[in-house]
Write a new protein. Structure first.
Length: 270
């Protein structure tokens, strides 16, 4: 019995020393690093139809906003023997007829016209004043998201008799100006075309729309489910002018994503 108790006592002493010499260590499992990015649950490529409509009234508003006061100035008489300044005197109106734009533009024109020959300095200049309404006929089409036009002058209506300045006095020339007004036609038509081209750039509006529809939105609060649309390609048909509206069909190729987690970022780049 004493032998058994001695062995037991010895065993307890050895266990005590072994426990003290061994350090117990518990290593906690490290969490996986995360950026809290939402998990894409579903990813699908699709096509969306986006019919687009722009009214002539909206274009008219933009045109009048961007064209006021002095709208054209040419101070170089050496290139075509003409200097010219044009002022818009009232509101421009746009209407549609047979798929073309009719522009009614009240304006005042001052021009200096050089005539004669440069031989031995035998030439002179005259100042011409025109005040009235010009009607332009414009063929329109959409190119690179810009409305471009090719205009020709259809008619002039004088609100004041055209005149030239001779010895500081205004001399009416209505009887001779109508047949010779072609001098100004190309310049005026080009000026209006350039104004429409610079005013009617619809690309910013298209890009703004694309950015809005690319903004993710929450579809389920409980599961933190989000829907996100990612544009890839954009197609467009030829623009058609009819019933005082420009219409075209756009087709958007996009990726539709259903995501779980925190709100995803809008990754659309203009």
């Amino acid at each position: 019995m004493k032998y058994i108790l001695g062995l037991l006592f010895l065993f307890l002493i050895l266990f005590f020393f072994i426990s003290c010499s061994t350090t117990s260590k518990i290593e906690a499992l490290k969490p996986v690093p995360t950026d809290d990015s939402p998990m894409v649950y579903k990813n699908k490529t699709s096509f969306i139809s986006l019919p687009t409509e722009i009214s002539l009234k909206d274009i008219e508003t933009l045109l009048n906003k961007n064209m006021s006061g002095l709208i054209y100035e040419d101070n170089d008489i050496s290139d075509d023997d003409t200097e010219m300044k044009i002022w818009k005197t009232s509101t421009i109106t746009l209407t549609e007829k047979n798929g073309e734009i009719l522009s009614v533009i009240p304006m005042k024109i001052w021009a200096k016209v050089k005539y004669g020959t440069d031989f031995m300095g035998l030439n002179d200049t005259r100042e011409v004043n025109l005040n009235g309404t010009i009607i332009l006929n414009s063929k329109a089409h959409l190119y690179n998201w810009k409305l471009t036009t090719k205009s020709t002058i259809k008619d002039f209506t004088w609100s004041e008799s055209p005149n030239i300045i001779v010895a500081g006095k205004k001399i009416p020339i209505t009887y001779i100006i109508n047949p010779t007004v072609s001098i100004f036609k190309s310049k005026i038509a080009k000026m209006i075309d350039d104004a429409i081209d610079s005013t009617c750039d619809f690309k910013p509006m298209v890009l703004e729309t694309m950015e809005k529809i690319s903004t993710p939105f929450l579809t389920n609060d409980t599961y933190e489910a989000w829907f996100k649309l990612v544009p890839q390609e954009l197609y467009v048909t030829e623009a058609v002018l009819k019933n005082s509206k420009i219409t075209m069909d756009m087709g958007l190729k996009c990726t539709m994503q259903t995501m779980i987690g925190k709100e995803p970022k809008n990754t659309f780049e203009k």
